[in-house]
Design a protein. Structure first.
Length: 163
């Protein structure tokens, strides 16, 4: 769960509705295909290899071959039921944050962290917008804390300046 939230930037609602059929190979890359997001917008989300490997481990251990990817597990470690709720996602994030000594961490913080990691590693704003499924680029800019810089403007040195 945590790998998908952090590596793919999904919302809680998207995570709990994720099914095995959504995971497909596209353009020689793993992706979550036809994901229904906020406002019923449909998008494709690239899935990093490390997320896919982690997910495959879970699917193997939980013996999941179809349907929802995430299911409840009882105290004995046995898969129970056919799905999880958004509340369960909150509990999982809270539990693992506590184990790491992080007092306040919400699932949406993992989504924002995904955006920030993408941006910090050179990801284009437009591609991060597609990844997160934001209709407006302004929403993505808020996630990233982007502000226009006039002192070191992006168009100061674009390679066409007169000599």
């Amino acid at each position: 769960m945590l790998a998908v939230l952090l590596g793919c930037g999904l919302r809680r609602s998207e995570l709990v509705n994720l099914e095995l059929d959504h995971i497909q190979r596209r353009e020689d890359h793993w992706a979550i295909v036809d994901l229904v997001g906020k406002g019923a917008h449909i998008r494709t989300v690239p899935m990093p290899e490390w997320v896919k490997l982690t997910l495959d481990e879970w699917l193997d251990i939980a013996d999941i071959r179809q349907g929802k990817l995430f299911r409840r597990v009882c105290r004995k470690g046995v898969v129970w039921g056919t799905e999880v709720t958004e509340k369960v996602v909150w509990q999982v994030v809270k539990e693992y944050a506590g184990r790491l000594g992080i007092s306040k961490l919400a699932p949406h913080d993992l989504r924002r962290s995904c955006a920030r990691f993408c941006h910090d590693s050179g990801g284009e704003l437009e591609q991060i917008q597609f990844l997160l499924g934001h209709v407006s680029v302004q929403t993505t800019e808020k996630y990233l804390g982007c502000k226009q810089r006039l002192r070191e403007a992006v168009n100061d040195h674009i390679g066409i300046e007169p000599s």
